[in-house]
Write a protein that binds this ligand. Structure first.
Ligand SMILES: NC(=O)c1ccc[n+]([C@@H]2O[C@H](COP(=O)([O-])OP(=O)(O)OC[C@H]3O[C@@H](n4cnc5c(N)ncnc54)[C@H](OP(=O)(O)O)[C@@H]3O)[C@@H](O)[C@H]2O)c1
Length: 273
């Protein structure tokens, strides 16, 4: 039996559609920070594999809310790993400092520059320490038709404004949550003690938030002009990596995965909106 935690979130919702037989829980049904509740739930529902989509994902808010971010992003995954089930755990490109000049491989040194990134890295370490069979997938710039994300914000602002300033010096790869969900489903039957470890998955290609915003406007047929600005002109509470492109060779080779370009993922998402 599969358990999806955080099933009301962006990724959780996409996965729920692909795995209708899974047990779905969000914080109201199963709070992953409650060790006893997790243990009892896993045992009562005979869960063999947990896909952990639950997380504290408010990157800026986390700077002032470290205790709760740590509880959800560190204690939560530890509780899930301690339950004895196999686990697919999702992490982030924000574990890196963004000072590299070539795509980050899973084994490259992590050095998070935000509270969110630090808690997510510590969460990975708990999963690796306590789960026998675990696949950790770092992803980036996730969007979907659900919840709050950059695509939905740009479409809303693009319909309201004639001009929009968007940072052009942060480089990464947008990832359609449905594409990540598909990959997780493909990986599920292949999880073993041999392939325990950290993997990277985003869509293919590289862009800045400015490029991404322009493509959203173009494909949505919105006449809002997007202006490139430096991060210094758009201060945020949390520092973000300037460069967080992820090298996906390991996930492709280990699990025989093919990956769509980010523009294709975006087109698919826009069809749903
Ligand atoms: N979003 C991105 O751009 C991005 C980028 C890289 C990596 N990731 C990672 O990808 C994964 C999925 O992200 P997402 O965007 O799908 O997240 P999301 O939309 O924020 O969903 C997270 C879900 O977890 C729930 N949750 C929070 N605390 C919980 C708890 N204690 N117990 C159980 N559920 C709890 C949330 O409920 P509430 O809404 O009620 O709090 C929400 O439904 C996360 O691990 C995230 O760190 C995301």
């Amino acid at each position: 039996m599969f358990l999806i935690t955080g099933s009301n979130g962006q990724l959780g919702t996409e996965l729920s559609k692909l795995l209708p037989e899974a047990v779905l829980t969000d914080v109201a049904d199963l709070d992953i920070t409650d060790e006893t509740a997790v243990k009892n739930f896993v045992s009562a529902h005979q869960i063999e594999t947990i896909i952990n989509c639950a997380a504290y994902t408010a990157v800026d808010k986390a700077e002032d809310d470290e205790d709760l971010a740590a509880k959800i992003n560190i204690d939560g995954p530890r509780n899930l790993a301690l339950s004895g089930a196999k686990i697919v755990h999702i992490s982030t490109d924000y574990v890196f400092d963004g000072l590299a000049h070539k795509p980050y491989r899973p084994e490259d040194k992590a050095n998070p520059v935000s509270v969110y990134g630090k808690t997510k890295l510590a969460g990975e370490q708990e999963v690796l320490k306590y789960a026998k069979e675990a696949v950790i997938i770092r992803t980036a710039w996730l969007y979907s038709p659900y919840g709050n994300n950059f695509v939905k914000t740009m479409r809303r602002l693009g319909a309201e404004k004639e001009n929009l300033n968007v940072v052009a010096d942060q480089i990464g790869t947008p990832t359609y949550a449905a594409d990540l969900a598909q990959v997780i489903v493909q990986i599920l039957p292949q999880i073993s003690t041999e392939n325990k470890g950290v993997y990277h998955f985003t869509n293919e290609g590289v862009c800045s938030w400015y490029d991404f915003a322009r493509k959203i406007m173009e494909l949505s047929e919105l006449n809002c002009k997007v202006n490139p600005i430096p991060s210094s002109a758009y201060p945020t509470k949390a520092t973000r990596p300037f460069y967080s492109v992820l090298d996906k060779s390991k996930i492709k080779q280990t699990f025989n995965i093919e990956i769509e370009h980010w523009e294709e993922g975006l087109k698919q998402c826009l069809k749903q909106l």
